[in-house]
Design a protein around this ligand. Structure first.
Ligand SMILES: NC(=O)c1ccc[n+]([C@@H]2O[C@H](COP(=O)([O-])OP(=O)(O)OC[C@H]3O[C@@H](n4cnc5c(N)ncnc54)[C@H](O)[C@@H]3O)[C@@H](O)[C@H]2O)c1
Length: 250
């Protein structure tokens, strides 16, 4: 028996990086997956790679109707929904907080906070019908440990850590668990934003120097933790922010 046999998951941000690796690991663990992403072509490519256990959905997590449609797709295609993995996210290049562009600041919060809330809100009715649920929101080590240059991003990640705790309390009576993953710098396309345009190699070395285990995270490091949190092995964990960070948060 595999960890997620018979489960049905929606994975947002599933076209790339951590979401893509999570969709793969979920299917390997026995789940069926809706690969949901604003990048519809990318989501299609990932779903094709994964075969019959996956279907793609073009979803901007800031658009409530599109989010509702992604959750409905899980039930119409696979019969139920019991796992939600929220990975859709937006990062910006390092900029002092007071120099941030107001529209960009608002957009980061809209995707990284409001978008996650909309996804959970849309998934819960189906999870109630399924009789159980596991939600994992991908936050960041920056949600706990500040770093200069990432005001909007760090604020958004601190916000989802706390949002997950509130949701964990509110949804516990339904048997729905809500947890956060807090990755350190991870080798995905988003990393380029964190490194900035000036001297990316130097920035990369600086990130690695702050990680006790001595390397960046790989998307699969985070995806394996997502499988754990979605599985019955984590049946008594809710409201947890789990660092997956090689010791960075210590
Ligand atoms: N890469 C890192 O260093 C790192 C570290 C900590 C946390 N994270 C978090 O992990 C999550 C995944 O990041 P990643 O590194 O895989 O990045 P990525 O850029 O590889 O993937 C992000 C995906 O989200 C999608 N997306 C962006 N906005 C969207 C929207 N409005 N609606 C739907 N999809 C949208 C993109 O199309 C993309 O496919 C993000 O929440 C990110 O903040 C990343």
């Amino acid at each position: 028996m595999r960890a997620l046999d018979g489960r049905v998951a929606v994975v947002t941000g599933g076209a790339s990086g951590i979401g893509r690796a999570t969709a793969r690991r979920f299917v390997d663990a026995g789940a069926s997956v809706v690969v949901a992403d604003r990048d519809g072509d990318g989501a299609e490519r990932v779903a094709e790679e994964l075969g019959d256990a996956a279907v793609a959905g073009t979803v901007d997590v800031t658009h409530p109707a599109q989010v509702d449609a992604a959750m409905a797709l899980a039930e119409s295609r696979f019969g139920r929904l019991d796992v939600l993995s929220c990975n859709a996210g937006l990062a910006t290049s390092p900029t002092p907080a007071l120099d941030a562009d107001p529209d960009e600041f608002a957009r980061v919060l809209a995707v990284n906070v409001t978008g996650q809330w909309l996804c959970v809100r849309a998934a819960v009715p189906a999870m109630r019908r399924a009789g159980c649920g596991a939600v994992t929101i991908t936050g960041s080590v920056m949600g706990e440990r500040a770093r200069p240059g990432f005001g909007a991003y760090a604020a958004s990640k601190a916000a989802v850590n706390h949002l997950a705790k509130v949701l964990a309390l509110e949804l516990a009576p339904d048997g729905i668990r809500v947890n956060c993953l807090a990755p350190v710098a991870t080798d995905t396309p988003m990393l380029k934003s964190f490194l900035g345009p000036d001297d990316p190699e130097r920035a990369r070395a600086a990130f690695i120097a702050g990680i006790p285990l001595g390397r960046l995270a790989e998307p699969e490091d985070i995806a394996d933790a997502a499988v754990f949190l979605a599985s019955d092995a984590a049946r008594f964990l809710t409201g947890v922010v789990l660092p997956v960070d090689g010791g960075r948060a210590i």
